[in-house]
Design a protein. Sequence first.
Lengths: 251, 332
Amino acid sequence: MILRTERISKHFEALRAVDQVDFTLKQGQLKSIIGPNGAGKTTLFNLIAGIYRATSGKVFYKDRDITRVPLYATSRLGITKTYQITHIFPSLTVFENVRISAQCRRTSFNFWRTAHSLSAVNERVLDILEQVELLEKRNWLASTLSHGERRYLEIGIALATEPEVLLLDEPTAGMSCAETNLCAELIQKLNKSLNLSIVLVEHDMTVVMAISDEILVLNEGRTLAQGTPREVSDNEEVQRVYLGEDNACLA
Amino acid sequence: MDSITKQEMLKDVEPRPRSTIVWATAVALILLPLVISTPLATEILVWSIFGLGFNLLLGYTGVLSFGHAAYFGLGAYTAGLTLRYWHVGLWTSLAMGIAAPMILACFIGLVAIRRRGVYFAMISLAFGQMLYFLALSPLKDITRGEDGLTHIPSVNLFFIALEKPRNLYYFILAITVLMLYMTWRILQSPFGRLLQAFRENEERAKACGYNTTLVKFFSLVLSACYGGLAGSLNTLYLGYVPLTTLFWLTSGTIVMMTVLGGKGTFLGPLVGVAVFLFLQNTISLFTPRWELFVGAIFVMIILLFPGGIMGTIQEKYLNRKMIRLQRKAATG
C-alpha cells in the first residue's frame, strides 16, 4: 500500500465535505475517484496533498503518517498534484515552467550557479516535454498555449517533481473529445510505462471506466462504493446517483 | 532522444544578454557625467542600485514593500554614523551600511512574511515610519534629528580622494557594474527562477516542492542588501545624511521609479531612475512646482507604456518572437 487514508474527515463548519473516508492506493495502481459535484473529491485530494488540515483521521504514505505534512513537503516526499483550474507559470516559457519544477530536488536556494549549467536537470526537462508532447513548443510562453496544451504542461510540471504518486484533478476538464481521448492515453502510458501510482478525479465516466484499475465513489463526503470498474458500474446505488449523467467521449 | 540532439535543443532555450545592449549600457554609463552634471549622474547610479534590489522584490518576486526607505535610510545612517563617530574606513562603513539593513530585513521578514499583498505593504510602511520617527526625536542626540547627520569626514579609496565628484562617480560606477552582474547571475540561478515562479503562481510553486515562505524571506533580505548599499553610497555622495532618506516619500519614489522603468525587467530600474531624476532636475530649474509637471509627464509615459518603459518594449519584443515561433510551427 503506497497511500492510505484512515477515516479521514474534513468539516467546514457544519458541512462534512469529507466524512470518514478510507482510501487505499496500491503501488502502480490507477485509481479513480468519482462522484457528483460537491461529493468531496477535490477536498480528499487536498487532504492527501497537505493543502487542508484534516479535522480527524490520518493519511499514510508508505506507512509514514503525513497527515500534518504541508504541501511543499508532500511534494518532496513524492506526492504531486495537478489542479482542477490550471496552475502554471504563465509568463515564463514552457521549458522554464518544467525546469523550475525539475530543479527543486537538486538545488533551490542556489544564488550563483546558472540554471543553464544544471545539464542533468535540463536534459530531463526535455524528456518530460517529449512525453507530454510539448517539445516543439519549448520556447513558447506558457500563456500562448491552448487550453489543452496547458493541461498537458501542468502534467509535465507535476512529472518533473519525480513523483511516485500523481494526483490528477480533472485533467480533461474543458478538453474536446479528441483531446480527452489523447489525454486518457497519456495517463495510461504514465501509469504503465513509468509505473506511476495515479489517483484520478474525473467526471467523464467513459474515461474512468476504460482506464481505471479501481474506482472509489464518493457521495456527500462519504464512500458510496469501491471496487473494480465492473463492480462499481453494476452497483445499484451508484447507478441511482449517476443516472442521467452524460458521458460521450470514448463511446 | 540522444544527448547531442538535446544539447542542440538546449542552445535556444537560454536568454542571453545581447552584446549590443550590454555595450550600449556600458558606454552610456561611462559617458554619462560628460553629458549631464556629475552629481546628477552619481545620484542616478545610487538610486539605480536601490532600484535593482527593489525590482528583485517587486518585479521578480511580486512582493510590494512600501517601506523600502527603511533599508536605504538605515544604510545611509549606519555608514554616516560609523564614519563620523567611529572614524572607520570606506569599506568598513559600506559593509556596516549593508549589514544593518539586512539584519533589519531579517527581523521584518520574520514578523511580516506571512502577510501578503497590501498587508505586507502596510506593515513595511509602518516599520519604515517607525525608523523615521526614531531618528527624528528619541535618537536625536546621535542622528541630529531634523537637521540630518552632518560633519561626515570624507574618505579615500586607497590614495584616490572620493571627495572629487568624478572620482566618486567612477567608484560608484564600478560598484554598479558589479551589482548589475550580480543581479544577472542571481536571476539566471535556480533561485532567480524560483523567485519568478513564486510571482507567477505561488500555489504551483508549493506543489512543486518549494517552501515559498522562505523564498519571500530571502528575496526581502537580498533586496535590503541593495538598499543598504545604495544608502551608504548616498551618504558618500551627499556628505551628509538628510532625515528624508528614512521618510515614506523615499519609499514612494523608488516604487514610482521602478514602475516607470518597467518592473520585472532587467534594465527597467536604471531607465526609470534616469528618466525620473533627469526630469526632476531639469524641470525644477524652471519652476518650484516641478512635481506638477513631472506628475503629468508620468501619466503620459504610463499611458504610452503601460508596463513601464522597458516593460512595454520587452512585451513588444516577446510578442513578435511568439508570432515568429507560431508561424514557424504552422509552416514547419
